[in-house]
Write a protein that binds this ligand. Structure first.
Ligand code: ZN
Length: 247
């Protein structure tokens, strides 16, 4: 961490909703809660807003997916700032120079020379969503999907597996914050984050995306710019274009 001497100018907070378009499965651990006969359960908060065992989207899951997708388009560099191979051995980028490292930090901080700029909250279901779950699902806040392997000769379904999923139409709310230091531009901070959200919309969240799970949409509600000036000015924008003009 030697040599980083840029001042923290502001923090940009993107408040957004994640709308689930197809069954979402973000895996939890089995000892979390035991439900008879389910092979893959979803991760849940034990208590949330007076409710018990509530599915949510951990900030770590969202952040990990943002990073993994971005590394396919942002270019990692070597010591002489030459672009090197993408997705090295399937490991996260640790070059310390690319836009991914600028936002997320260099992996395992071997080459970390800058502070991590990105914070991703846990995304929790809206009260409306919890009401919907209560009304349409029986006792649980999720659906159970059964999948089989088809016997190639007999044509019959075998080895059924039961996977717990969050139902389409569910909405999770939360925010993503980006610290803006002297010299940072819209393009190499907020712009990169927005690109990663768009890439997730083209891909998926959670497991089994190649089988149709986890399609989501990000509904950006507002962009809040908090300036670390002596009077801590805070401005809220509906459109990202308006925020762009303030950089
Ligand atoms: Zn990098």
């Amino acid at each position: 961490m030697s040599g980083f001497d840029k001042a923290l100018k502001s923090v940009v907070k993107i408040n957004c909703n994640i709308e689930v378009l197809t069954g979402l499965h973000i895996g939890g651990s089995k000892d979390n809660i035991e439900i008879g006969g389910i092979d893959n359960i979803v991760i849940k908060l034990h208590f949330y807003n007076g409710h018990r065992d509530v599915p949510y989207i951990p900030g770590s899951s969202l952040k990990g997916k943002m990073r993994a997708l971005l590394e396919w388009v942002e270019k990692p560099m070597d010591n002489s700032s030459k672009v090197i191979a993408l997705a090295k051995n399937g490991k996260p980028c640790d070059c310390g120079k690319c836009n991914v490292c600028r936002l997320f930090g260099a992996h395992q901080s071997k080459n970390a020379v800058e502070p991590v700029r990105l914070r991703v909250d846990d995304f929790c279901p809206t009260e409306d969503t919890i009401n919907t779950w209560t009304n349409v699902l029986e006792g649980l806040y999720t659906e159970i999907k059964t999948e089989n392997i088809i016997d190639r000769i007999k044509g019959t379904a075998e080895h059924p597996r039961h996977t717990e999923r969050v139902i389409p139409g569910s909405v999770f709310e939360g925010s993503i914050s980006i610290r803006i230091y002297e010299g940072d531009t819209f393009e190499n901070t907020v712009g990169v984050v927005l690109k990663s959200l768009e890439m997730i919309e083209d891909d998926y969240l959670g497991g089994s995306g190649s089988r149709g799970y986890g399609r989501v949409r990000f509904d950006k509600k507002s962009f809040v710019l908090k300036k670390y000036t002596p009077n801590l000015e805070e401005i809220s924008f509906e459109k990202v274009e308006d925020l762009k003009g303030k950089f």
